[in-house]
Design a protein around this ligand. Structure first.
Ligand SMILES: [Mn+2]
Length: 354
């Protein structure tokens, strides 16, 4: 495996490449062109400039998170072919620049959903949290207003203001899309992009829905082992794989994370490893990466990745806000750096004891 760190790019991220370079054992970044819209073609010039900036800092691009999917593709409207063509051009340009991993998601309307961005934990740190009670009592507009108010001025991925301005329209677009239709539209998209993925050896790594169940009545399909297997078998190509995000699959306590990892051997192209602390089945908060701070056994998760011979990038995921840092919620430097170091320590111990 390679230890990596998510970086949103100069001008968007409070964390610098220089800081990332100084986290022991981190050699790559997972990045994106944060100022492109879903559906837009990523130009080779922009990709090359991003690559140069990262390489000049002594790091390299280990993968892209994310190249977002236009709603026309997820909804399956007649103009989807145009947006798929654009997506293919972006993949070609990434492939030409020697980038071989793309994370994406197929979640309608929202990316990840949390009900609080700064819940205070007993140690005084603040974390993202989710409680079903809050979702049940809010409508999506209120939800967006509360997210925006707590974001430390940052634009959160998937919660861009332009997008949220059209939230009613978006809900309307998805009104006839159920799980089956969403699976069909995902299959259509994957079939169209697999030739370019094969040509350039680009591994597509779908990110799970977070939380791993329906919110506000929207369909959610990438939520459990059964559905991932269905997704992989409907377009059976090694380039059609997954981002194993422990914190997202782990929101549903019925998901046995180490078992899922073992069953997905060969098709996990990217891993997000983080911990959650459950207060009840539908109330959880994000915790430090350390097993004892949350509800997951992080050793067992890393051990399962080791056992399947995982050799892709891993990144620590959302961190707590600690030591008075002001950053995008979940994406500060300090706690994620601690997470990377801890995960590297677990990995070293696993390697040496095998
Ligand atoms: Mn994730």
């Amino acid at each position: 495996m390679e230890m990596t760190f998510r970086w949103f790019g100069t001008g968007f991220d409070t964390v610098t490449l220089k800081q990332i370079r100084q986290i022991p054992g981190v050699t790559g970044v997972i990045t994106t062109l944060y100022d492109t819209e879903p559906g837009e073609v990523w130009s080779r010039d922009k990709i090359r400039a991003l690559k140069k900036e990262v390489e000049d800092a002594g790091l390299h691009i280990s993968g892209i998170e994310s190249v977002n999917i236009h709603d026309a593709i997820k909804v399956g409207t007649p103009d989807r072919d145009l947006y798929i063509e654009n997506y293919i051009k972006t993949l070609e340009n990434l492939g030409e620049e020697d980038i071989h991993l793309v994370c994406y998601n197929f979640m309608p309307v929202f990316d990840w959903t949390r009900t609080e961005l700064a819940r205070v934990r007993p140690d005084g740190s603040t974390v993202l949290a989710y409680t079903q009670k809050a979702i049940d009592s809010l409508n999506p507009e209120e939800m967006f207003a509360s997210i925006k108010g707590d974001a430390n001025g940052a634009i959160l991925p998937g919660w861009e203001p332009e997008r949220m301005a059209k939230i009613k329209e978006l809900f309307d677009m998805y009104k006839d899309v159920d799980d089956e239709k969403l699976f069909d539209n995902l299959k259509y998209f994957l079939e169209k992009i697999m030739p370019v993925c094969n040509k350039y050896d680009i591994k597509m790594a779908i990110h799970p829905d977070d939380p791993a169940w329906s919110v506000f009545g929207l369909p959610r399909i990438i939520i459990n082992l059964e559905n991932i297997k269905r997704m992989m078998s409907m377009v059976d190509d090694v380039h059609n794989g997954v981002t194993f995000c422990a914190g997202s699959y782990g929101t549903n306590r019925a998901n046995d994370l180490p078992k899922m990892i073992r069953e997905l051997k060969g098709r996990i192209h990217f891993a997000h490893v983080r911990n959650l602390k459950f207060n009840s089945d539908d109330d959880f908060e994000e915790a430090a990466h350390l097993s004892s701070d949350g509800s997951f056994d992080m050793y067992e998760i890393m051990k399962a990745l080791y056992d399947i011979g995982f050799d892709g990038p891993i990144r620590p995921d959302h961190g707590r806000m600690i030591w008075d840092e002001v950053a995008m919620p979940g994406y500060g430097l300090y706690d994620r750096a601690l997470g990377a170091t801890y995960l590297n320590g677990l990995w070293e111990a696993i390697v040496k004891s095998n």
